[in-house]
Write a protein that binds this ligand. Structure first.
Ligand SMILES: [Fe+2]
Ligand SMILES: [Fe+2]
Length: 132
């Protein structure tokens, strides 16, 4: 999966974070395909989860700072994703779930759909408040 202009929110800092998020999903996908050890996959999944939290906090900080009206519903989407990924992590660690193509597709679809349909809505507000 590649970042492309179609995913741009027109704010450089946020676009960079989205690129990194996509890169981490690709790293997880590659590690899974290569049949890496469970410990490597756990570490990679943890890195992805931590970076997602870091990124969501950055967006939420700006949304609050700029009194973006869609803040709450946007934050709820972030929270639901974090809860889901944390659940995957727990199930994977407990041996109740394998890393599958389904899981990878869920991560990819969620991130690209979220950027296109939810993140892009804050672009005008962020730009009007001086982000570039
Ligand atoms: Fe985002
Ligand atoms: Fe977001």
């Amino acid at each position: 999966m590649n970042w492309n202009e179609d995913l741009s929110v027109r704010v450089g800092e946020i676009d960079s974070q989205h690129k990194k998020l996509i890169q981490l999903i690709n790293t997880l996908h590659d590690a899974m395909k290569a049949g890496q050890a469970k410990q490597v996959l756990e570490t990679t999944l943890q890195e992805l989860a931590s970076y997602a939290v870091y990124h969501f906090q950055a967006e939420e900080k700006y949304m609050q700072q700029f009194k973006y009206p869609g803040y709450l519903s946007h934050k709820l989407k972030h929270d639901a994703f974090v809860k889901k990924v944390t659940g995957f992590q727990a199930d994977y660690q407990a041996g109740k779930l394998g890393l599958s193509l389904d899981l990878m597709n869920f991560l990819k679809d969620w991130v690209t759909t979220h950027i296109r349909e939810t993140d892009k809505k804050y672009s005008d507000t962020f730009i009007r408040n001086g982000l570039k």
